[in-house]
Design a protein. Sequence first.
Length: 228
Amino acid sequence: MSEHLFWLSDDPFDRLKPLSPNKGRGVPRVDDRKVISGIIHVIRWSRAAVFDRIFQALASESTATATVMTDSTHRGRIAPHPACSRGAFPRQIGRTRGGLNSKLHAVCDGDGKPVVLRLTAGQVSDYRRADTVLDALPEADVLIADKGYDSDRLRKALAERGVKSCIPGRAKRKEPIIYDTELYKSRNLIERLFGRLKDWRRIATRYDRCAHTFFSAICIAATVSFWL
């Protein structure tokens, strides 16, 4: 393959080659130059939100958005970092009972494929972040969510958009919420969505300090797992 297809030309790679990890036993390793060049591409494209746009473009092709579901899941960090809250790009890391972590919010269509993805600090509640999810919500008839999204404000916002809410009420409500219990059973689709994303080790645990790099990894995983 010609040299211009890599970020690293011969001279800089020759300096790095002796510092590469030793080749171990088992499956033959791919070319180190390809790996390093690929990593550089990911970092540059992450800052430019390229992978975000790729996911959004493919997800917008969904034809199963009459009924959509939303939920969130925490993604823990390997270890705290002293600079996790500083820098030009927000880290989207917050402290919860489980320590420092982030929260991935998702909306999936009736086929269980992600159509909206958002990343916040871990302490952000579900119903508060739902406002941002609503801004990107496709045209839908029904939104299914668990009781963590039970709020009068969210229900009103959905109604104003012509979207029926299938959300059970919290125990503290004085009057019970009536919702379609049979339709609610299909909410397992979004649980399965998170399960597939967590099969990717880099998604199951947040190794990236920068939120844009971590979110790019999420978009890559979602695109490959559901839209290609």
